[in-house]
Design a protein around this ligand. Structure first.
Ligand code: GLU
Length: 420
């Protein structure tokens, strides 16, 4: 679970500021701009879960659809104590832009339950998931809104959601969630997809920045599904992984760490700290280590105006959603640090989620090679498109990616018209 620290800003305000910065660069009609600044619909559910000791505890969950303009909505479900409506709103809006940027036929959504999954037994986690899935089943559907894993959730939780939804329908509905186990309609390559996408854009960023990828020094914050896979895939490309961290702290070795050994150590001990041959660092120190690539792959609000001036990376690749605040964006840009934004850098996950959904709907499955080749093509194409637009408009990559994505949604909205 890659939860690191409390974010210092309201994520919804940050998402809105990023959106308006992009909108300032577009000839958007006033009504369209206002429309896109609102989440389309928001569901809050308070529900009971029977705990192992026989007590009943109340939990609060959410599912927000930001935009339904480009297609059914898509986005993960997060289990974390920090989950609240503003965080889910912000992440739902980011999913709209991410899907639009990657040309996926989806709007954006997000869900979450305020809980600490590490403190729940497997049985409690299953009860919580099945009850939450039932509560939000009024707004999820294979052709309406398709959840996926995010911070604190995984393929087992997706399996319980798929099963719960299917029990209510009386037949199996694999396409209602993505990120499922392969045995029930999941896709080859989905587990590694977000980390693989991070590796691909990091490689492309090295190319345009004129630094050799092999031998580059990499720092990864967060060692969950995104950070750990990005670390070992970059290591496989010859990068030197000098530091990694999880919620309880980090490890550093300027000569390089073996990320697969760190992963095994974490699976055995529950944390990366204590890996032989590495010194320990705090999560704050880790962000400021000398390196070529900094990959924040935990949660939002990590690079802020408080530490941006001390970041030593040449390139920041946002594996997490929203790890950098708008103030920090400006400081990094002024210092000549290239930043590959979340909606591009971590879009490999939702892209292979789209492949999974298409395979489920067709009941026809692709090979892992085919998945990885298609992912590579789509990531490189999106990266080049964003870089080209950034040069044309003389803006940073985040603003360029948002301009591109917001324009796609706005164009679709214009042509569909305002109902009634
Ligand atoms: N939670 C991931 C994200 O933030 C994946 C979403 C999905 O696959 O639908 O992009």
């Amino acid at each position: 679970m890659a939860v690191v620290a409390q974010p210092k800003e309201n994520p919804w305000e940050v998402a809105l500021r990023q959106f308006h910065r992009a909108a300032d660069n577009l000839p958007l009609k006033r009504g369209i701009r206002e429309f896109l600044a609102y989440p389309h619909r928001e569901l809050t559910v308070n529900f009971p879960v029977q705990m192992d000791d026989g007590s009943v505890r109340m939990f609060t969950g959410y599912r927000v659809h930001h935009s339904t303009v480009l297609g059914p909505t898509k986005g993960g479900i997060r289990y974390s104590l920090r989950v609240d409506l503003d965080e889910v709103r912000a992440l739902a809006m980011l999913m709209s832009w991410k899907c639009a940027l990657m040309h996926l036929p989806y709007g954006g959504a997000k869900g979450g339950v305020a809980c600490d999954p590490g403190q729940l037994s497997r049985g409690e986690l299953e009860h919580l998931t099945r009850r939450y899935a039932t509560e939000i089943s009024i707004i999820i559907a294979p052709d309406g809104d398709i959840p996926a894993p995010d911070v604190g959730t995984n393929d087992q939780i997706m399996a319980w959601i798929m099963d719960t939804y299917s029990m209510h329908r009386g037949h199996s509905v694999p396409a209602v969630v993505t990120g499922k186990p392969i045995s029930i309609g999941g896709s080859a390559g989905r587990r590694e997809a977000t980390g693989r996408g991070v590796m691909i854009v990091a490689r492309e960023a090295a190319r345009i920045h004129g630094i050799p990828f092999a031998g580059s020094r990499v720092v990864v914050q967060g060692f969950g599904n995104v950070g750990s896979v990005a670390a070992y895939l970059m290591h496989d490309q010859g990068c030197r992984i000098v530091a990694v961290s999880d919620v309880s702290g980090g490890i550093y070795n300027p000569a390089g760490l073996d990320p697969r050994a760190a992963l095994r150590h974490m699976q055995q001990t529950g944390r990366v700290a204590g890996l032989p041959g590495a010194e320990s660092v705090s999560n704050d120190e880790l962000l400021e280590l000398p390196c070529d690539f900094l990959v924040p792959a935990a949660i939002e609000g990590q690079i802020t105006q408080a530490n941006a001036a001390r970041i030593q990376a040449k390139i920041v690749v946002e594996g997490a959603n929203g790890p950098t605040t708008p103030e920090a964006d400006e400081i990094l840009a002024d210092r000549g640090i290239l930043l590959v934004p979340d909606i591009l850098a971590n879009a490999g996950g939702v892209t292979v989620s789209y492949f999974e959904w298409v395979q489920d709907l067709q009941a026809l499955f692709w090979s892992e090679d085919e998945i990885n080749e298609r992912l590579e093509r789509i990531m490189v194409h999106a990266f080049n498109g964003v870089v080209e637009l950034a040069r044309e408009r003389e803006v940073e990559l985040r603003t360029a990616a948002l301009i591109y994505a917001v324009k796609r949604v706005a164009d679709a909205l214009l042509i569909r018209g305002i109902y009634p």
